[in-house]
Write a new protein. Structure first.
Length: 255
């Protein structure tokens, strides 16, 4: 192995781990997959992660060479598909003894796959929130209002994200819009209006960052774990602010 070829491997693994971290994969899995991929390609990999960047060192003892990369972690949407596909790629590289060119071509094809239709995501998120409303005791009218409020709030979130608005503002505005729409249940005198109001913002709850933060801390990745928990806490505060604005506007209906 030449040093130039090792540099190519370092470039690819750096891109690989940045995509996995950006898609919301917990740190231990990213480290395991990257090390497995490095071993399959004939190098040793060391990784240090933080909330915004990752430091990667690729080394080869027999040629006494190493190469280090510091990469920014992109802010991709949470993707369980990338989680599964890119994890499987590391196993395929190890089991099939794939070359760098083969692994890189497969990686490019996986990340280039078309994303799920946003209209379908919008509908399913609204249906999920309506189901939560029913689970918590809401009647059919509360479910319909929750479905509609979630659809409007989620559409607002999608639109603001496309405009690259700060994600804290996105969460605050989306929470306000969804809860304000759900507050129509109070005006209509629906018996389970409070349930509709409460469940209309559940699509915003940052479950993946919360779970990943706990996993990272328990696995010893304290820095990035705390960073993820703090970020999740800030998003929860934004949700609360949006709902609070709605509640202050409709407080007379709650009395």
């Amino acid at each position: 192995m030449t040093k130039e070829y090792m540099v190519e491997i370092a470039d690819f693994i750096a891109r690989y781990l940045s995509y996995m971290l950006g898609a919301g994969v917990h740190t231990s899995r990213v480290v395991r997959n990257s090390k497995r991929l490095g071993e399959a390609l004939g190098v040793q990999v060391s990784i240090h992660t933080s909330q915004k960047t990752a430091t990667l060192t690729v080394s080869r003892e027999d040629i006494r060479a190493h190469d280090t990369r510091v990469v920014d972690i992109p802010a991709f949407p949470i993707s369980f598909e990338w989680n599964a596909d890119l994890s499987a790629l590391s196993w395929a590289a190890a089991d099939r003894k794939m070359s760098l060119e083969e692994v890189r071509a497969k990686f490019d094809s996986l990340v280039a796959k078309p994303k799920m239709n946003p209209v379908f995501v919008l509908f399913m998120a609204s249906l999920a929130n309506a189901s939560f409303c029913r689970l918590f005791g809401g009647d059919i009218w509360a479910m319909l209002i929750t479905f509609t409020a979630t659809m409007i709030g989620f559409f607002t979130r999608q639109h603001l994200m496309r405009k690259k608005v700060n994600h804290y503002i996105v969460f605050t505005v989306s929470s306000f819009v969804a809860s304000l729409c759900a507050s129509t249940a109070l005006a209509l005198g629906i018996g389970t209006a409070e349930i509709a109001l409460a469940t209309s913002v559940l699509y915003l709850v940052p479950g993946v960052p919360l779970i990943n933060g706990i996993i990272d801390i328990t696995d010893g990745h304290i820095q990035i774990g705390i960073s993820r928990l703090v970020n999740a806490f800030m998003l929860i505060v934004c949700i609360a602010i949006g709902m609070s604005i709605t509640l202050m506007m409709v407080k007379d209906s709650l009395l």
